[in-house]
Design a protein around this ligand. Structure first.
Ligand SMILES: Cc1cc2nc3c(=O)[nH]c(=O)nc-3n(C[C@H](O)[C@H](O)[C@H](O)COP(=O)(O)O)c2cc1C
Length: 326
């Protein structure tokens, strides 16, 4: 069973948190790695397929080759599947499809995007404590993996604490708290003091999230909030080596390692491009030659060429061909 105390956690990130990025973060020291949020409606249209050529388990849309979630045994003990849902039975049906291959299942209760809210998901759940209770207890009673959820702060700090207590009573294994409120923008500072109120009120592990950009911030946010674990999103997206106690690896090296892992695990080209674009936007600019070349790339082979990894690409392709012939 997963232990949520004293952990460094890669946050869920849409289009970023796919298999190669999770393995990258883990290589640099992340203890727990969340996948990108996937909506329950999407998962229930999928089936589980073992991919012998890649050595992965794929959750694939039935009747297609569209991989919705890919994982591998190496991350089995630390990968968290995050789900978007607004219905307990549908959430259970979706979780049952993935739960054999992941360490835990998490419910997103923090997403402020209109897509989530209009579907009654994400932050829309924050104002429906009965529904939260229904979803979390249904998952917890019917599945063998730990269940957790991730929330944002409510307007009134007292209400956040109250909601967190109700969530704790459902028997979840941990609670992640993003220290922002629904109307807050990413540039608004995260309210670590309001995460502290929650951590003080609960006995299950609280995972503090918001504005961790350097390795030293892990200890700072722990000290201020009293939370046992820390989750980081943007800081990891920009440079996944934030998790390393030995200091950051130059982003050029991190980026190349990410490209290699994307090749090795045959990652979705859109996800790989999106993640590279986020890194480049932060450290450089998409208007420069590298950014423009990433935008123009259509395949992993194009990216391999751009980053001088053609040989590696050929080597991986060749081993795959041999594997397929077995
Ligand atoms: C690119 C991106 C994608 C995100 N996708 C998700 C998601 O799928 N599920 C979720 O709960 N939060 C998502 N978030 C929010 C982060 O998990 C995190 O709560 C937020 O960015 C604050 O952490 P930070 O200050 O370390 O970035 C996303 C954030 C970013 C930047």
């Amino acid at each position: 069973m997963m232990d949520y105390r004293n952990k460094l956690v890669l946050a869920p990130m849409v289009r970023v948190g796919t298999l190669p990025f999770r393995l990258l973060a883990a290589q640099y020291g992340a203890d727990i790695t969340y996948g990108e949020e996937i909506i329950d409606h999407k998962i229930i249209k999928c089936e589980r397929r073992v991919n012998d050529v890649l050595g992965t388990t794929d959750i694939v849309e039935k009747g297609t080759d569209n991989v919705v979630f890919r994982t591998c045994p190496e991350e089995r003990n630390r990968v968290v599947f995050q789900m978007g849902t607004s219905d307990a039975m549908r959430a259970l049906k979706a979780a049952e499809i993935v739960c054999k291959d992941v360490a835990a299942v998490d419910v997103n209760m923090g997403c402020p995007k209109s897509f989530s809210i209009s579907g009654g998901m994400g932050a829309a759940l924050l104002s429906k404590p009965e529904l939260i209770h229904d979803i979390l207890t249904t998952l917890r009673r019917n599945l063998d993996v730990p269940i957790t959820c991730k929330i944002r702060l409510l307007k009134d700090p007292q209400d956040t604490v109250e909601l967190a207590r109700r969530i704790e009573m459902t028997g979840v294994s941990a609670l992640a708290v993003h220290g922002r409120k629904v109307p807050d923008r990413p540039r608004d500072p995260a309210k670590w003091n309001e995460i502290a109120d929650v951590a003080a009120a609960l006995s299950i592990p609280v995972i503090a999230n918001g504005d961790v950009f350097e390795y030293e911030d892990f200890q700072r946010i722990r000290n201020v909030t009293g939370a046992s674990s820390v989750m980081v999103a943007r800081g990891a997206m920009w440079n996944a080596s934030i998790f390393s106690s030995e200091g950051k690896t130059p982003w050029e090296d991190v980026k190349r390692e990410y490209v290699r892992k994307s090749i090795l695990w045959d990652n979705d080209i859109k996800s790989t491009k999106h993640t590279l674009k986020e890194m480049i936007t932060h450290y450089s600019s998409l208007g420069r030659p590298e950014g423009l070349a990433v935008i123009k790339s259509n395949t992993l082979a194009d990216l391999a060429k751009l980053y001088g990894e053609e040989e590696y690409y050929e080597y991986v392709s060749e081993s795959r061909r041999k594997q397929q012939m077995k």
